[in-house]
Design a protein around this ligand. Structure first.
Ligand code: FEO
Length: 174
């Protein structure tokens, strides 16, 4: 049985992941509104992935006989000045999520919640990947920002991301 403090922290993380999902959806809507439809597609798939992260924690809590207590989710930012700003926001968010996952891991360790530790290991690896992916996109946009045709190529490249591919990769990773 998970201690109340670990359950509370897991519930908090569920709301963080759901906010991430909501925030990515708002970023996607902005990109669509300025016709960067590839970026919009990439961010929409990322929004779905964040929802899956929330559900992974939700299922874990239930499997450990914990209580799911859903919280209020604040409204995300909707106004951006450029796609560069969008991906900077995304990187900031991923770095914040990584910090929170690290804290959860530390708490699970202190509380001797070993099953939660194993669960958190998956999230730690996932954050390494997510931060790296977004950091690469930020670097590319920074490099290409004065070259509209190269930016459009990048938009096309990002638009090839699909939810099905993500699901296959997640399955392959176990
Ligand atoms: Fe679920 Fe991108 O953190």
């Amino acid at each position: 049985m998970l201690s109340p403090v670990v359950q509370d922290a897991l519930n908090e993380q569920i709301s963080t992941e759901l906010f991430s999902s909501y925030n990515y959806l708002a970023m996607s809507a902005y990109c669509d509104s300025v016709s960067f439809r590839g970026c919009a597609q990439w961010l929409r798939v990322q929004s779905q992935e964040e929802y899956q992260h929330a559900m992974k924690l939700y299922d874990f809590l239930l499997a450990r006989n914990g209580k799911v207590v859903l919280r209020e989710i604040r409204a995300p930012r909707v106004a951006y000045g450029s796609i560069g700003e969008v991906f900077h926001e995304s990187l900031k968010q991923e770095e914040e999520v990584s910090r929170r996952i690290d804290s959860l891991y530390e708490l699970a360790f202190k509380e001797k919640a070993f099953a939660a530790l194993v669960e958190m290991q998956w999230f730690i690896s996932e954050q390494v990947e997510e931060e790296r992916t977004v950091r690469d996109i930020v670097a590319k946009i920074e490099l290409l920002k004065d070259d509209p045709s190269a930016l459009l190529d990048l938009d096309r490249e990002l638009g090839s991301r699909t939810a099905e591919e993500e699901a296959d990769e997640a399955e392959a990773a176990g």
